[in-house]
Design a protein around this ligand. Structure first.
Ligand code: SAH
Length: 257
């Protein structure tokens, strides 16, 4: 058996989807952080239209819905996530205001200037930070807000091991001041940026995975790719523990200028 760690891009999407569909979150974050990011956004009413892009099964979307009054559309590429999203909304009796739709962030189903707020936690890397900010801006009303969380470097220089890991996983990763400048250049006023606390990775992302791994491995017994995927996720948690001073998730909040 090889112990070589693969890049996440080498795994089948179905397998990744299966692993993460058993989890509340598909990326680092927490209800407290979603609420904190929301605290920088004003003027939302029952009429407000909000999109949560790359919503996954909707962990953060339900927190949004419980803390602001508008209509939310969650968009994700995977129908399995969207089915879970819609049943989560129903369970919380939010189905009138919160609707999940299968869609692609590269081709969003919104009208020009339709949205008051675009939300996206741990997902904009799929299109790229600058491209996402630029293309999605068109769907926002003047004065509308965007709030995205994104893996970011905290320092100018990093140890080789972690630099190489991120060059494979997401070569577009950048530093916080560069991201803020990119946000300004894409036509937003940078309203706030803050680093997500460690528990968004540990308590809310890595620890829940320990519980689902066993049933995932039982279900996919004998599947080498499933075993490698679990090894990959464990490796990611180890690297985080070792190099957390150098990188993490950052929330960036901007207002359309
Ligand atoms: N916001 C969630 C999920 C983050 S994981 C959370 O924080 O828990 C990233 C999500 O982006 C996944 O659900 C994935 O299916 C979705 N995704 C990836 N590429 C996409 C695309 N092109 N369009 C829409 N969603 C996409």
């Amino acid at each position: 058996m090889s112990n070589e760690i693969k890049s996440i891009h080498e795994f089948e999407l179905n397998l990744i989807c299966d692993y993460f569909s058993n989890l509340k979150r598909q990326g680092p974050g927490s209800p407290e952080v979603t609420q904190k990011a929301l605290s920088f956004i004003d003027n939302l009413t029952v009429e407000s239209k909000i999109a949560d892009i790359g919503c996954g099964t909707g962990g953060q979307t339900m927190v949004l819905a419980q803390n602001e009054p508008g209509q939310i559309t969650g968009i994700d590429l995977f129908s399995r996530f969207i089915d879970l999203f819609n049943s989560n909304a129903k369970e919380l009796n939010l189905q009138k205001r919160v609707k999940g739709m299968v869609g692609n962030m590269e081709n969003l189903p919104f009208q020009t200037s339709e949205l008051d707020l675009i939300w996206s936690e741990g997902a904009i890397y799929n299109i790229g930070f600058e491209r996402g900010l630029r293309e999605w801006r068109d769907f926002l009303k003047p004065g509308g807000y965007i709030a995205v969380s994104e893996a970011s470097w905290f320092t100018e220089e990093r140890p080789d091991e972690i630099e190489k890991f991120w060059q494979l996983e997401y070569p577009g990763i950048d530093t916080v001041p560069n991201r803020v400048l990119q946000m300004q250049k894409a036509g937003y006023i940078p309203v706030a940026s803050f680093i997500l606390p460690e528990n968004c990775w540990t308590k809310h992302f890595f620890e829940p995975q320990v519980l689902v791994r066993e049933s995932f491995l039982t279900k996919h017994a004998g599947n080498k790719m499933a075993e490698d995927f679990v090894a990959n996720m464990k490796h990611e948690a180890k690297l985080y523990a070792k190099y957390k001073e150098y990188y993490g998730y950052v929330f960036f909040i901007g207002k359309k200028f």
